[in-house]
Design a protein around this ligand. Structure first.
Ligand SMILES: NC(=O)NCCC[C@H](N)C(=O)O
Length: 262
């Protein structure tokens, strides 16, 4: 999302995370080859990721462990938080739908209003990119037209305008692109229909497309995108780089490991 002054005291900014399952390696892989995953290393990498969020001033709220759900660490896919509204997803992969119930409990405790993607609609949070009052929603293998229409209606109550974006060749819209704090889109133009975008800065490496905006001048990216990190540092951003190799093997990225509730 474009960096906006948080509506609450800085110490209240909350990041939702969930520790990785020891069964992480059993998760879904769609567009890349499956390679061995070290669950112990994944756990350590996740701790470092959480530490980077804390260091940037985010209060970390852990969702209950869900060790029987291998992909549950990818919390971004279960809920979209927008201006006090928690839009609960209905993941496109049926195996992932059981992840949502525990997220609903926590967002309710946080005092967020709850709405849901339901019926035949399917949506993964990884397909939703908020940039100011624009919400780009990927039409992907996981998110369908019904969900895009429903999201447009529900997020419209928050003054948001939904722009559908066709995604091809990768898992989610946010696999292909994210935004910098100033709202500039950054990513891989081969995976998205750029004709509906105001512009797209090409990231020097594929994982450079994944930027978590932690503050006005602060971003988090994967250690696998060193050239992107250098570019952003040269432009004055404070860049935290975290090694998430074990999650990348499961088609995850830095954005999908948290949900920020500003
Ligand atoms: N938002 C994301 O990028 N989520 C990554 C989900 C990876 C997981 N293995 C899946 O296929 O659902």
């Amino acid at each position: 999302m474009t960096w906006q002054e948080p509506s609450v005291e800085p110490e209240k900014r909350t990041a939702l995370v969930r520790r990785p399952s020891p069964r992480l390696a059993d998760g879904l892989v769609t567009h890349i080859d499956r390679t061995p995953v070290d669950a112990g290393l994944a756990a350590r990498q996740h701790e470092a990721y959480v530490e980077a969020l804390r260091a940037a001033g985010w209060q970390v709220r852990e969702l209950p462990a869900a060790d029987d759900l291998p992909d549950a660490v990818f919390v971004e896919d279960t809920v979209v938080v927008c201006d006090g509204l928690a839009l609960l997803a209905r993941p496109g992969a049926a195996e992932r739908r059981a992840e949502v119930a525990s997220v609903e409990r926590v967002v309710t405790e946080l005092g967020l209003e709850v709405a849901r993607i339901d019926g035949e609609a399917t949506l993964d949070g990884g397909d939703v990119l908020q940039v100011g009052t624009t919400v780009y929603v990927g039409r992907s293998g996981r998110t369908n037209e019904d969900a895009i229409c429903l999201a447009a209606r529900l997020l419209g109550t928050r003054g948001r305008h939904v722009v559908p974006v066709q995604v091809e060749g990768c898992l989610h819209l946010k696999t292909a692109m994210t935004a910098l704090p100033d709202g500039t889109l950054i990513g891989n133009p081969e995976w998205v229909d750029t004709s509906v975008l105001p512009g797209l800065r090409v990231a020097p490496e594929p994982s450079g497309a994944h930027v978590v905006v932690l503050g006005e001048k602060r971003v988090l990216i994967a250690a696998s995108a060193p050239r992107t990190a250098d570019q952003l540092r040269d432009e004055g951003y404070e860049v935290s780089a975290v090694d998430i190799s074990e999650f990348e093997k499961m088609e995850g990225c830095v954005t999908c490991l948290s949900v920020l509730v500003p």
